[in-house]
Design a protein. Structure first.
Length: 277
């Protein structure tokens, strides 16, 4: 007989996921001010790793077979899964940082995008900031939809609707999607960033998902670089990646990877997160 683990957590399990979410948030908060021209992506990775270890956790990225880093750092046309190394960041770069932590067997996963200032190329910086802002906005739109959704597919509808309403001709990656999270960093269900006919499982207390829109400035077509990890746009256009881990519980929703539970990001959507009790 095969036993299949439920995608729905118990209240005690949801409470156990709060700390790994906060540790993940702390790692990204530590990296954020260090993202500037002249810094290598390996140096940023080391900051995230030190923060995770200092909190008594471990990098769940390093638990993925063949991966030896605590973050994925993707620059410019790289959208996701960039490998930290000796690349030196330059003025005007758009930098996406994906990070996760495992604490006492439970996982957190989150991503941010930062654009490095470049006074000599203000138009480039503005274009890249716009891409990042719309991507982040679509993330919060998806999280807000989760608060009242009946099925998980409604998240993707909200993300795509937000992107379309921006007036920008952005592409939404189809081959890379969000996921459930819990004992493993990647669990069911699949969380699409676009509309799908099959709306998937029911949204009810115990559901915990990582919502992560990956948006590009041009066509959605991507390729995997020779390192077998980095995903880049085929047309060379920029990419942006934002992500949060979110729990649904008896009292509402709570963004596990935001120190305020997502209150600031959800305010414009009229949604108030409720702490997990």
């Amino acid at each position: 007989m095969v036993f299949r683990r439920s995608i729905y957590k118990t209240p005690a399990q949801l409470r156990a996921m709060v700390e790994p979410g906060l540790i993940t948030a702390a790692a990204l908060d530590a990296v954020r001010p260090a993202v500037r021209a002249g810094v290598t992506t390996a140096e940023l990775d080391a900051i995230a790793e030190a923060t995770i270890l200092a909190r008594g956790a471990e990098s769940n990225f390093q638990l993925v077979r063949g991966y030896r880093h605590s973050t994925c750092i993707s620059v410019n046309q790289e959208v996701v899964h960039g490998i930290p190394g000796d690349r030196v960041l330059e003025p005007g770069d758009i930098v996406s940082i994906d990070c996760g932590a495992q604490f006492e067997g439970w996982n957190g996963d989150s991503a941010i995008t930062i654009v490095i200032p470049d006074p000599d190329r203000p138009e480039l910086v503005e274009r890249r900031r716009r891409l990042s802002d719309v991507t982040e906005g679509s993330l919060w739109a998806g999280i807000a939809a989760l608060a009242s959704a009946v099925r998980v597919g409604e998240i993707g509808d909200a993300v795509q609707t937000y992107i379309e309403s921006s007036g920008e001709d952005y592409g939404i990656l189809r081959d890379y999607v969000g996921h459930g999270i819990g004992r493993k960093m990647h669990e069911g269900p699949t969380i699409f960033n676009y509309r799908v006919a099959d709306l998937g499982p029911e949204v009810r207390p115990g559901l915990c998902v990582a919502i992560e829109p990956m948006i590009v400035g041009g066509d959605e077509a991507t390729l995997v670089e020779d390192d077998d990890w980095t995903v880049s746009t085929v047309d060379g256009e920029d990419g942006s990646h934002w992500e949060h881990s979110v729990a649904v519980h008896d009292g509402g929703i709570w963004v596990l990877t935001a120190p305020d539970g997502g209150a600031s990001g959800l305010a414009r959507f009229g949604v108030t997160p409720t702490p997990i009790s």
